[in-house]
Design a protein around this ligand. Sequence first.
Ligand code: SF4
Length: 219
Amino acid sequence: MESAALPSEPPRDCPRCPRLVAYRAANAAAHPDWFNAPAPSFGPNHARLLVAGLAPGRTGANRTGRPFTGDHAGLLLYATLTKLGFARGRYDPNGEDDLELVDCMITNAVRCAPPGNKPEPSEEANCRPFLASRIADLPRLKVIVTLGDVSRRNVLKALGLRASAGVPGHGSEFAAGPYVVLNSYHCSRLNTNTGRLTPAMFEAVFERARALLDGQGAA
Ligand code: SF4
């Protein structure tokens, strides 16, 4: 496990990435009613499943303060989690709902929204100790679903492994210490609109997570 010296949730005014701090400030000036801070993880601390995205969308979690809430990617993610029993309640894109996660937590490898949805490698490194602590602070965690290869590589590094240790690609599965890392293509608008990721493909990853948690699938 990479150094877990930082807490699992960064402070609202985390200063570690100057470019992202400036972007937060610009968004706050333009939209003072938005959240405009590191997006906190969402879900119970006894979760056995962790979903790790890449970074908050500017008008998604950066606006609403809840991961994948308000952007296109959240539509498929929350619908799929609900279908597989990892979420319940009503989802609203403004977060004005009663949605809750069940045995599942959602976090991001980088907690602040990056311009163009693209964090710099240095920003991934800056935020990785929070990810390492997030993982370490889930005592029942068994399965980590990574959304996209950047997230997958960051999770492996947060676990103290080389990024090359795992297997890239959609549906890949890798035993990383006490955890199984399942990778999916990111449920972004680009991937879903082009058919690179279909709802059935996405659902299959969470069906596998469910089978692993229910003890029906050997890792
Ligand atoms: S991305 Fe992470 S490390 Fe960088 S400023 Fe935001 S919370 Fe801090």
